[in-house]
Design a protein around this ligand. Structure first.
Ligand code: LP5
Ligand code: MN
Length: 240
């Protein structure tokens, strides 16, 4: 009786070792879970469900196979793959959740989210986010030819890399008050998120009690996940 959480796998055709590690995880580890939650940035970049990359069909088939084994899979959009849509959800049988969700798990209330919305000091990013999460802007983007979308995404990635190199690590981490607010608004003592690529378990000072924030690691050279069971919440790394 364990639920698995992962995030920031950043799958792309240029990183076959990560893809192989993720497919192995879906085949060998994930079937033991009650459910699998993917908290964003499953893909390095997503420009529309009509992108014909073979990698996408391969991942959809592997998630679909996990579902056939009785393990439901849930997905929250990240800042790289917020355009994952209905078609990919249908092919993978993965259910897309809203940007924040409270789960009741083995007697614990757990708030799950990608984590980018907690980085409120990064005003450049939050302004960018507002624009690209606008449904009208997304509709226009998705109507563009694939070639143009690829070029725009590449340009955004390059601009993001350039702007990140000038930002402090502090600005790019979560804002402590934003964490407290999110936990109090949702009435939870547990939060799980990714995005910052800084795997850790943090205590959070809440009114009269201590909350807990579990942060997932990115999949660079090994896998990272958080397991929740009746016994507790654990941050785990494992080889590909
Ligand atoms: O992703 P990462 O780790 O580099 O940095 C993030 C924030 N950056 C982003 C941008 C993404 O990387 C871009 C992803 C593109 C894939 C999807 C394309 C679909 C487009 C759909 C349009 C409707 O999320 C970064 C944060 C960092 O995390 C830490 O939290 O700091 O934020 C930024 O870099 C934002 C900058 O401050 C401003 C970005 C400038 C982008 C300019 C766009 C130019 C458009 C050109 C059009 C021709
Ligand atoms: Mn992210």
């Amino acid at each position: 009786m364990t639920t698995f959480f992962i995030a920031d796998i950043h799958l792309c055709a240029q990183e076959p070792a990560i893809t192989a590690g993720f497919l192995r995880f879906l085949r060998e580890d994930a079937p033991q879970a009650d459910a699998l939650y993917i908290l964003g940035d499953l893909f390095e970049a997503w420009i529309g469900d009509d992108d014909p990359q073979p990698l996408h069909a391969e991942i959809a088939a592997a998630l679909n196979a996990l579902h056939q084994q009785g393990v439901p899979c849930f997905f929250i959009h990240g800042n790289r793959d917020f355009l994952v849509g209905r078609r990919f959800a249908r092919d993978s049988l993965m259910q897309i959740l809203p940007d924040t969700k409270v789960l009741e798990l083995y007697g614990r209330r757990v708030l799950i989210l990608h984590g980018d919305t907690l980085c409120t000091d990064d005003t450049g990013y939050q302004n960018f986010r507002k624009k690209v999460r606008n449904p009208l802007i997304q509709k226009i983007f998705l109507a563009l030819p694939l070639k143009w979308r690829l070029a725009i995404a590449a340009r955004m990635r390059a601009d993001s890399k350039a702007s990140n190199s000038g930002k402090s690590l502090e600005i790019m981490d979560v804002n402590p008050q934003a964490v407290i607010n999110a936990m109090q608004e949702n009435g939870v003592e547990w939060m799980i998120h990714g995005h910052t690529h800084r795997p850790a378990m943090h205590d959070v000072p809440l009114k009269g009690k201590t909350g807990h924030r579990a942060v997932l690691g990115a999949w660079h050279t090994e896998g990272s996940m958080i397991t929740v069971s009746a016994d507790g919440v654990e941050l785990v790394t494992f080889p590909f």
